[in-house]
Design a protein around this ligand. Structure first.
Ligand SMILES: Cc1cc2nc3c(=O)[nH]c(=O)nc-3n(C[C@H](O)[C@H](O)[C@H](O)COP(=O)(O)OP(=O)(O)OC[C@H]3O[C@@H](n4cnc5c(N)ncnc54)[C@H](O)[C@@H]3O)c2cc1C
Length: 417
């Protein structure tokens, strides 16, 4: 009996990793020529460097992601500081600070001016309580008004980073879930983690090696065009290059983005896809000076949101970047380079070699309305299961959500994982 997994992004890979070597045949299909989906690395000839499609940050609370990394033997490929620390610069005021939540759950860090946002008061941090009691249809801005002293320097960057949307449109519920798993448990659960040599080297290639060791090899270039639904079950998978029969007892896991799943299952309500993230990767003459364990900085008051450094490549992330994604790459590069020079204190000079990556469908649109359109792994077809960062994980569309969804789909197939 075979479990057919369609999509070799993190959700599909996590599902395959959970099931491989446990007594079932696994068939993994992927439309693209490589695995990783929205979380991938590639060689850029212009920069002469291997870069990620976009910088990805993990947190020490991401238990499924850490479990996945341990299973595929890649736990030692992620690095980060020993304590939670988030450096920021405000390009308008020139102020710099580092948010440093203390390790334990009692948040005494808000009492220490050196650990909190400059100019904020301890009581300002109680604003998080409004998220805990948020109504199901509430946005983040319904709970924390734009006039709040921490809105611009804390809640807005946090919401954009976690939900890829402005607080005025982002649903409060998944941000609450993130806060409960991170800040509410203390700094030990908020340590930022980075992939040392890139997304591919940590999250994708070790998974492919793990799977190959269990005789699972993705079939690349196979795009699922149609599900053949007969007799109340999936009877066949109609790929661009041929049909695969789904035998009785076989299971099918669709680990595709929301939009693609909706096209294959038109009766299934799915969230709308389509919030963009723009990344620009600049190759410098020499690595800029940032602490080795904190190779990033949050940017307030600019176009850039986060700047990450890996050796001589500086990568800039802009979330919720719908309008920006329509601009020519050269214009974006000079706009973002100006922010980089100010954030890192570099001399302003000509824009160095750069690669701009526009992910127009980086995540689904994480509004309150779309939260109700996130399905669980089981469907009304007994042999069909769903995975993906957009399914009902309760979390934002993230690496952690994608991996958890893959594990959940694997468990829902009824097999030992
Ligand atoms: C620029 C960027 C920055 C991000 N930053 C962060 C971050 O800092 N932290 C974080 O946690 N998350 C971040 N994310 C989100 C994270 O990358 C995603 O949540 C995660 O990768 C989604 O994985 P997935 O498997 O659910 O979907 P996908 O990666 O989209 O995988 C779906 C796979 O299915 C394949 N496919 C599609 N249609 C078909 C078909 N018909 N037949 C066969 N195969 C098909 C696709 O090619 C793809 O490989 C970021 C995303 C982007 C784009």
């Amino acid at each position: 009996m075979t479990t057919h997994i369609v999509g070799a992004g993190l959700a599909g890979l996590a599902c395959a990793v959970a099931l491989a070597g446990r007594g079932r045949e696994i068939a993994l299909y992927e439309a693209a020529p490589n695995a990783g989906g929205r979380c991938r690395s590639f060689f850029d000839p212009g920069l002469d460097r291997r870069i990620d499609n976009g910088s990805h940050l993990l947190l020490s609370a991401n238990r499924a992601a850490l479990d996945y990394l341990a299973r595929i033997g890649a736990a030692d490929t992620v690095t980060g500081p020993s304590e939670a620390a988030f450096p920021f610069v405000d390009l308008e005021s020139g102020r710099r600070w580092t948010l440093r939540p203390n390790r334990g759950p009692l948040p005494w860090w808000v009492l220490a001016p050196s650990r909190r946002v400059p100019g904020s008061r301890p009581g300002d941090y109680l604003s998080g309580l409004a998220l805990l009691s948020a109504a199901p249809g509430a946005t983040v801005a319904d709970c924390i008004a734009p006039a709040h002293p921490l809105y611009r320097s804390f809640w807005e960057p946090l919401t954009l980073a976690a939900l890829n949307a402005e607080p005025a449109v982002a649903a409060a519920a998944p941000l609450r879930a993130t806060l409960l798993e991170t800040f509410a448990r203390g700094g030990a659960f908020c340590r930022p983690l980075f992939t040392r040599d890139g997304l591919g080297a940590s999250l994708i290639e070790p998974a492919l090696s793990f799977l190959a060791g269990r005789d699972v090899r993705p079939a690349f270039g196979r795009r699922l065009r149609r599900l053949v639904l007969e007799g109340g079950r999936v009877a066949a998978l109609d790929f661009s290059d041929g049909v695969e029969t789904v035998e009785p007892g076989d299971k099918v896991v669709l680990a595709l983005p929301a939009g693609g799943t909706g096209e294959l299952l038109p009766d299934l309500p799915v969230p709308e896809d389509g919030h963009a993230i723009v990344n620009a990767h600049f190759r410098l003459d020499r690595p800029p000076a940032l602490p080795e364990d904190l190779p990033f900085i949050g940017v307030i008051g600019g176009t850039a949101h986060w700047v990450f450094v890996r050796d001589d490549v500086v990568s800039v992330t802009v979330s919720g970047a719908g309008a920006l994604a329509g601009q020519p790459a050269a214009d974006l590069a000079s706009l973002l380079w100006s922010d980089v020079t100010r954030a890192l204190g570099l001399p302003v000079g000509p824009v160095p070699p750069v690669r701009v990556v526009k992910e127009k469908r980086a995540t689904f649109i994480q509004t309150p309305a779309n939260q109700h359109r996130r399905p669980p792994p089981a469907t009304r077809w007994p042999n069909l299961f769903l995975a993906g960062d957009w399914t009902a994980t309760g979390l934002p569309a993230t690496i952690e959500g994608a991996i958890r969804s893959g594990f959940a789909a694997a468990a829902a197939t009824g097999h030992r994982v």
